[in-house]
Design a protein around this ligand. Structure first.
Ligand SMILES: Cc1ncc(COP(=O)(O)O)c(C=O)c1O
Length: 485
């Protein structure tokens, strides 16, 4: 498959960043491996046309032979396809890809630090599956299509909002295949190609991808040192006149920042004044660890997405959108071109699980607090040059590596058996090369092992003389980093 989507030489150079600083011996191997990472983690989307060898060679200031050898390697590994005379497109090998990113397969043998998602609370899932099976018979005489979702699940989700302080009725809930699907549907219903969508920077990578697939332009608003910079946010809204604003105010992915009630009110005032639709992603809102949550924003002007993925299990693929009944019908209508409706069995399971949210998340919180403390202490011992943030909830640390080596680290980590989401996945144009997101969702012995492997991978990266002086001129403290064994 090929598409009209293309990335030009200058753009690819920005995405490749400091690709020469990698753990590989030759320039073409380094270039191939960095480009492979960009394809696997979605920074260069699939089926995108990449520059001709000559164009990229000029843009990078390397010989055409280097680019040709890198492309050839990627073609033979299945990551590129070329059509004589017409161009080269990104691609995926048919099977057996082992790497971090949205296309990674389950069970590929890597320790997975690329996904911030915990295993299922098994006994709850089993019980919910049994309940669902016993209820299925009721639905078999019907056609089974329900674009807005089963009323029992919509009621359960509405009740959960009401319990959290936002009175909600079932007709305000649209059941979706996860929070991400809810956002993609909202984009489809609310935007037209060319519209601007304001996002936090860094942000959830798949949201960026959905914005691009909708033909819209992501407009980034950077964070200040302690969180949202509301002055910058206001100025961006005024200047960009976006159609949609997408925010993750609860334990933002990946920074872990938590927005105060006053700031939430200010954001809503700004978006309402400018006639912009605010989409609030509450995927991890229930997973506060240190501080009880503020009441969610429940105003008509705000669309909220939520999910069973983090409280229960990502494999359930059930989420929702909360909005006015009219907006729910409008966004629900956008399903006609996508998936028509959600599976009945999974909705029945979710209807059994959502009323048990409090008991499940309180056990999960205790587990996550321990996992967070254990990972912090293991990292402090094994990788003392890294600086961790202090997320008050959610599932991951956002780690400052001290030098812009995140993509090199992701490549080296894979060679050491760890899948990692490099910092630039969370940003635009190669930003966040100093950062990496590290989830505390692996069970303890795997997490310990993953840190040991990461320490070895980091050592390989910093021992490479090309990496000891970073692109930004920051001298890495190799003596500290080398105390890793
Ligand atoms: C901020 C954010 N939004 C959405 C999602 C995806 O949620 P779901 O599995 O419900 O589609 C995630 C998953 O990590 C997330 O962190």
């Amino acid at each position: 498959m090929t598409t009209d989507r293309r990335v030009n030489g200058a753009h690819l150079v920005r995405l490749l960043g400091d690709w020469r600083n990698g753990p590989l011996p030759t320039a073409h191997a380094g270039l191939a491996s960095r480009l492979r990472l960009l394809i696997l983690d979605g920074r260069v989307p699939l089926h995108t046309r990449i520059p001709a060898e000559r164009e990229l060679a000029e843009a990078l200031g390397v010989s055409r032979t280097t680019v040709a050898a890198a492309y050839e390697r990627l073609r033979s590994d299945g990551f590129l396809v070329s059509r004589r005379g017409s161009g080269t497109w990104t691609h995926l090998p048919p099977a057996g890809v082992s790497a971090a990113g949205p296309v990674a397969t389950l069970g590929d043998g890597l320790l997975d630090l690329a996904h911030a998602a915990a295993p299922a609370p098994e006994e709850y899932l089993h019980a919910a599956a049994e309940t669902a099976v016993t209820q299925l018979a009721r639905f078999l005489p019907t056609h089974g299509y329900d674009p807005l979702g089963l009323v029992e699940l919509r009621s359960a989700v509405a009740d959960r909002y009401t319990a959290r302080g936002v009175p909600t009725t079932p007709d305000q809930i649209l059941v979706t295949g996860g929070a991400h699907h809810a956002f993609a549907l909202a984009l489809r219903a609310l935007t037209t190609p060319g519209d601007r969508v304001v996002v936090e920077h860094p942000t959830y990578p798949n949201a960026l991808e959905a914005i691009r697939w909708a033909g819209c332009r992501p407009v980034p608003v950077p964070f200040g040192p302690d969180g949202w910079d509301l002055e910058m946010f206001d100025a961006t809204i005024r200047h960009a006149n976006p159609r949609v604003v997408y925010l993750v105010p609860d334990f933002q992915n990946p920074t872990g920042f938590y927005m105060s009630a006053a700031d939430r009110a200010a954001v809503v005032e700004t978006t309402t004044r400018s006639g912009t639709t605010l989409v609030v992603d509450e995927t991890v809102a229930e997973l506060w660890l240190d501080r009880p949550p503020v009441t969610p924003v429940g105003l008509d002007a705000v669309l909220t997405t939520g999910s069973t993925s983090k409280a229960f299990w990502g494999g359930l693929r059930v989420g929702w959108l909360r909005a006015t009944p009219a907006m729910v019908r409008r966004v629900g209508a956008a399903r006609a071109s996508m998936d028509l409706s959600s599976p009945i069995l999974e909705q029945l399971m979710a209807a059994a699980l959502v009323p048990r949210t409090l008991e499940v998340v309180s056990a999960r919180r205790a587990w996550l607090r321990d996992a967070r403390a254990r990972l912090r202490s293991r990292l402090a011992t094994r990788l003392p040059s890294w600086t961790l943030n202090s997320p008050a909830g959610g599932l991951a640390f956002w780690v400052d590596l001290g030098a812009p080596v995140s993509s090199s680290l992701a490549i080296a980590a894979e060679q050491h058996g760890v899948a990692l989401a490099a910092g630039p996945r969370f940003g635009l144009d190669g930003a966040f090369e100093r950062y990496v997101r590290l989830p505390y969702t692996l069970e303890p012995s795997s997490a310990d092992e993953a840190v040991d492997r990461l320490a070895a991978a980091f050592l390989a990266v910093v021992e490479d003389p090309r990496n000891t002086r970073s692109a930004s001129g920051v001298e890495m403290d190799v003596s500290r980093a080398a105390r890793l064994t």
